[in-house]
Design a protein around this ligand. Structure first.
Ligand SMILES: Nc1nc2c(ncn2[C@@H]2O[C@H](COP(=O)(O)OP(=O)(O)OP(=O)(O)O)[C@@H](O)[C@H]2O)c(=O)[nH]1
Ligand SMILES: [Zn+2]
Ligand SMILES: [Zn+2]
Length: 257
């Protein structure tokens, strides 16, 4: 499923022997290995092309329903769920919000979000290190038909693979916490390059972490020159208002009270 971490090779290699159309039996056994490699690459390309198609379907679905969909990505524990919880608590009177959340295991994040006041569908991916557009389609079915103004899709905690998978979102948001190190935008450039916004999270811990704010901001601007940057703490509430205004500016519809 995934070209960056190597999981695709592990998966597809186990499958192409014995697949329909295999050359063995047609007198070309000596070409078997090369052909298998070519088929692995082709399979990978067609999976990525399929994801693109499904992502476009999702985009159309969101547009037709006037839903602002955000894909929230970060390394594990950067504070994605905490940011969504704080946003749900603060803006439930303004927007009808819903959440799709991906983790390898457990529905802990979905439970936290429901407790904060929004419907949430947990996608458990098993060993898969990112969400894809197909998983999001199934989660949307489970979410049901109620109108949604703002949909948060919390991706699996991983700064690598989610970069390659369009989910059909309108905005991609990368969360980077002050405890992870200021150089992460330089080390994981593709995810930052694809970001519409970067949230610098846990700023209440900046002092304790010896966080070099200017260096971090410079690195974010290098990797993601066009991204909006928000510095905030979901814990203390500091800096949340500009983030809320960003959502207000992009959401096509507001709850009619
Ligand atoms: N001090 C402080 N801690 C925070 C803040 N935001 C999150 N945390 C803590 O950081 C830890 C991880 O937060 P989560 O919100 O679960 O992070 P996540 O990115 O959703 O984690 P995964 O879904 O597992 O990748 C928890 O212990 C939170 O309480 C913050 O703004 N300040
Ligand atoms: Zn992967
Ligand atoms: Zn989470």
């Amino acid at each position: 499923m995934c070209d960056h971490c190597g999981c695709s090779q592990a998966v597809s290699h186990g499958h192409h022997h014995g697949e329909a159309g295999e050359t063995a039996g047609h007198g070309h056994a000596h070409e078997h290995h090369h052909e298998a490699e070519t088929r692995t690459i082709e399979l990978h390309r067609s999976l990525m092309a399929l994801n693109e198609r499904l992502a476009e379907q999702n985009r159309g679905y969101f547009k037709a329903r006037h839903t602002l969909a955000l894909n929230i990505v970060s390394s594990p524990g950067a504070g994605k769920t905490s940011l969504i919880e704080a946003t749900v608590r603060a803006l439930s009177g303004e927007f009808r919000m819903a959440v799709i959340v991906g983790d390898l295991a457990t529905d802990r994040d979905a439970q936290r979000i429901r407790a904060a006041g929004a419907p949430a569908v947990q996608v458990t991916t098993g060993t898969v290190c990112h969400l894809d557009a197909h998983m999001v389609q199934h989660a949307l079915e489970n979410l049901g038909d109620a109108p949604v103004d703002v949909l948060f899709i919390e991706n699996v905690g991983n700064l690598v693979c989610p970069a390659s998978f369009d989910l059909g979102e309108r905005l991609r948001v990368v969360v980077l916490s002050v405890t992870e190190g200021e150089d992460k935008p330089l080390k994981y450039p593709s995810i930052f390059q694809s970001a519409d916004a970067v949230v610098l999270s846990k700023i209440d811990l900046a002092l304790a972490a010896g966080f070099d704010r200017e260096f971090a901001l410079a690195n974010i601007r290098t990797a993601a020159p066009a991204a909006r940057i928000f510095e905030l703490s979901a814990k203390t509430g500091e800096g949340l208002e500009p983030w809320f205004n960003f959502l207000r500016a992009h959401a096509p519809i507001r709850r009619v009270s």
